[in-house]
Write a protein that binds this ligand. Sequence first.
Ligand SMILES: [Zn+2]
Length: 152
Amino acid sequence: MPAHTTTQRISTSGSQPLTLAVPGQRFTAPKTEAQHRRDHLDRLLGVRSQLARLVAERRSHRMDDETDVFSQQLAVEGAIHDLDLTTYEERWPSWVEADVTLEHEPTTLVSWCSLCRAVATRSGVNLLRPEPPDTTHEGATQSWDPSESVAA
Ligand SMILES: [Zn+2]
């Protein structure tokens, strides 16, 4: 059967046009179970990251609720473990390393800590350094390290 015959039959069959997409509108295929699972895993990983940061901040500032937040972090890690053991086992070593680097000495204010930023704001301390020097001018040799901390 020639191809044009099939095309003709489709275009003249009944009153319902055979349209998969409307111009100006996006066609979104329904998510598969694997995509739902992946989205859920991504959300859990994001929550885990936020909780790890909160734990590090509270631990750094010796706050009483550090263990409560850490319990929440462990619960989320347990959910990740149950949902995708491979991801959990791949990421756990890097979580431990990264979490330690988020902590800081209680006598030092750092810009990445929300509690330090709150203390700095209340105390009128500027944790942010000025803009890096313009290195396009001749003779500009000053180095710039935005990760440096500011002593309290
Ligand atoms: Zn801090």
